[in-house]
Ligand binder design. Structure first.
Ligand SMILES: Cc1ncc(COP(=O)(O)O)c(C=O)c1O
Length: 390
């Protein structure tokens, strides 16, 4: 089988005769000319097999959709203006008043806020489960459960969930529910969400293409992928009615960076592992959170499921280290920049107070997202900045 790193470069696109080059052209258009009124009447945006209006697809957006579907091992993809918009598209498509959704306790923050506020206002209840304990999911499932979100790994504390156990419980206890995974960390490269060990699979994934697929720290975009035709039809209809357009130039940037995706991901994975190993001896660091470290939460689940580990590593500080000491260290960093997100060329650092983001958790965590700098330079930068704590 062709590896994804190869198929992202050698793809099915047919260039115009005599003009083959490494990149795809950028097609723009809100208005798309149709040859006759009969053609206007005949074509529907819902079919997604032709062009009707820019919002509903261009050769450029369809090319990226098919590339992202291939990356994730799905058959269909939809693009959204951000990862968060993709998440909300799924919620909006699959949930109605009276339904319940389940989210992990380490879920991406804005997802939790949306469940607490917007979805609650629309009469949708949510329940929180422990991603490391599949039985805790079983305990909160009800006949009203229609959507179960998984996130692998948690994006700040990097616990790798019991993915296989959770999907197994979901299938057994909530056959009526759709199982959705935030696949941003795994990126289609660390594991196959649609072909997991034991014949398990999720029903759909969302992906913040803003991170690794964009790779530049300059594009916001998201996707929803599935292999399920019926589910795709529901999602595509809701997508078409929601006005979730993406700009052709942004799509071009993602298309342009896909051929280097696997290399960038591998480089950032290697840098994160090297820094994770090294950081364990840093003064004031109580625990290094990285799924490939044997003492990191969920390591066994990661080892069971994954062949790679993305470029995030978090440092949990000892209780005697104050939040202001950590903040002063972060301010002293030179190469790591203080910014949200990950997957771009520049390494990023964000300190988090666990009390605000994890029920019952305390202390300060510093999340580091690897860029593409030399790992030794990054370690020197960290060692220098963290001297404040010593
Ligand atoms: C795990 C995860 N999912 C989704 C998102 C949302 O992506 P976006 O920033 O494109 O809205 C993020 C963004 O940080 C994220 O970390």
């Amino acid at each position: 089988m062709t590896q994804r790193s190869t198929s992202l470069i050698h793809h099915a696109y047919q260039p115009p005769a005599g003009f083959e080059s490494p990149v795809l052209p950028v097609h723009k258009g809100s208005s798309i000319f149709l040859p006759s009124v009969a053609a206007l009447r005949r074509t529907s945006w819902k079919d997604r097999d032709g062009y009707t209006y820019g919002l509903h697809g261009t050769p450029t957006t369809f090319a990226l959709e098919s590339r992202i579907a291939e990356l994730e091992g799905a058959t269909h993809a939809l693009l959204a203006p951000s990862g968060l918009a993709a998440l909300n598209l799924v919620n909006q498509t699959l949930l109605a008043s009276g339904d319940q959704l389940c989210i992990p306790s380490n879920v991406y923050g804005p997802s939790r806020a949306s469940a607490r506020h917007d979805l609650a206002r629309w009469g949708v209840q949510h329940a929180v489960y422990d991603p490391l304990d599949a039985e805790s999911l079983r305990a909160v499932i009800t006949p009203q459960t229609k959507l179960i979100w998984l996130e692998a790994a948690g994006s700040v504390t990097l616990e790798f969930p019991d993915l296989l156990g959770l999907i197994h419980v979901a299938r057994e206890a909530a056959p009526q529910a759709v199982v959705a995974l935030d696949n941003t960390w795994g990126c289609g490269l660390a594991f196959d969400a649609f072909a997991l060990p034991g014949g398990l699979a999720v029903d759909l994934t969302i992906h913040a293409l803003t991170k690794y697929p964009s790779g530049g720290g300059d594009v916001l975009m998201g996707s929803v992928c599935t292999r399920d035709e019926t589910l795709f039809a529901r999602l595509a209809t809701a997508h078409g009615r929601s006005g979730l357009g993406v700009g052709a130039n942004d799509v071009e940037l993602v298309l342009r960076n896909l051929p280097s995706l696997a290399l960038r991901y591998a480089a950032q994975d290697a840098a994160a592992r090297r820094i994770a190993q090294w950081a364990q001896q840093l003064p004031g660091v109580a625990q290094v959170l990285h799924p490939a470290l044997p003492n990191s939460p969920g390591h066994a689940h990661w080892a069971q499921t994954c062949r790679a580990a993305a470029g995030l590593v978090s440092l949990r500080f000892a209780p005697e280290v104050s939040a202001s000491q950590v903040e002063a260290s972060v301010d002293a960093l030179q190469l790591f920049r203080i910014a949200w997100s990950w997957g771009g060329p520049v390494s990023l650092a964000v300190p988090y107070e666990l009390a605000g983001i994890r029920d019952g958790a305390q202390g300060t965590v510093l999340r580091l997202a690897m860029g593409l700098e030399d790992p030794q330079d990054l370690m020197d930068d960290l060692a220098n900045a963290l001297r404040i704590i010593r």
